[in-house]
Write a protein that binds this ligand. Sequence first.
Ligand SMILES: *Cc1c(COP(=O)(O)O)cnc(C)c1O
Length: 454
Amino acid sequence: MPDLSALPSVEKLAASLESAVTLPRPLVNLYVRRRVQHFRQELLAEKSHTREEIEEDVRETLINFASSRLQPVMNGTGVLIHTNLGRSPLGPRAAAALEAIGTGYSNLEFDLPNGTRGKRAGYLEEALACLLETPAATAVNNCAAALVLTLRTLVSEGKNEVIVSRSELVEIGGGFRIPEILETSGAKLVEVGATNKTHLYDYEKAITPQTALILKVHRSNFYLDGFIGEPEIPEIAKLAHDHGLPLVEDLGSGAMMNTDELAPIEHEPTPQECLRRGIDLVIFSGDKLLGGPQSGIIGGRADLVAEIKKEPFFRAVRCDKLILTTLQESIDQYLETKANPTDSDVPVLKFLRTPVEDLRERAKKILSQLPDGPSIEDTMARPGGGTMPRSEFPSIALKIVPQGQSLTKLSRKLRTGKNALVGYTTDDALFIDLRTIFPEDDGRLTEALQEALA
Ligand SMILES: *Cc1c(COP(=O)(O)O)cnc(C)c1O
């Protein structure tokens, strides 16, 4: 008979762990029961464990689970749009709107002057179109959904071929691959050109009576260099239009400003530029360089946008009021600050243009409150989020070579502390880049470091 005496009581253990985590009690119970059950099986299989071992394991498992709860994180990676850390933070204005609309009733689908049912997102669509300097626009849950929706709308049974250059069959991450997106949408991929070169005649030769559209995909997260070439957008647009075909571009990041004027980085094409050059529909994310909520924006020809809105799938990917209100604030703010984009409160744009000297001053102040050891390092920050893969720009980080504890242990302590802090490690040091830390978080950052280094 196996010895089960090491097995703790679920009730007692759960009660003793309640203060270790701030989780609802039923979840603590469930987790403890599951883990104790696991050890029961182990003991039954004659694997030996002590009571202390089991209790420690359960405690650690529970704490790990608790830390998976969505919570604020201080981003010390220097990557502005970090997909794992929630991409773009919202500015104060969008956050205030979120609270006002989220906690009350609103005119989401109500026409206030007439007292009748109203048009959802009517204002937002007008504002978006105005910002994009194009006849019409709309928004759905994310850029991937916007692309699937657009393709589903524009392809039909006998006309389902979508022409894409072989240099643009991009994988974005998180399972988003252009060939698979096309397949999901009922489109047939027609690849043209070579990886490094695509000519106008490649597109031309591929056009058949079954062609539904030509698709351009922005190489957001990688670049081609060397013996490369592709036709200019106006040339492809002319070809498409001569054949009565729409030219659609999946632009990805959707920068609304000249990124090269904010920081020493590449120029990211803007949706306005694409539309001006002959793209019929442009598609991009709301939570990358735009700095709004997760959403997918579609802008361009009014007849195409209207068709997209009539497609039944539109209903499945429409935005809720929280997204609509935060996006509305983001868009209004761009419209208002057009004359002077540096007035914008969008955090990623502020971070992009913070002078290195400001970061250095903050670093000095933080350092003066820490025990000896950490130093100030000149580093490079990156836009991230699958945008501008070539761009790095000067930044400042705290460099910490741990004393008396391993680098792994220190980093983990900071990640799982009361105020989670994520940095990056190279060789034998931990770096906390200040470019992506909100200045108002410097105090909490200092506290977290003081605690972890003590
Ligand atoms: C990021 C990106 C997407 C996906 O955007 P989501 O908003 O995450 O759905 C699609 N296409 C391109 C080119 C991108 O860069």
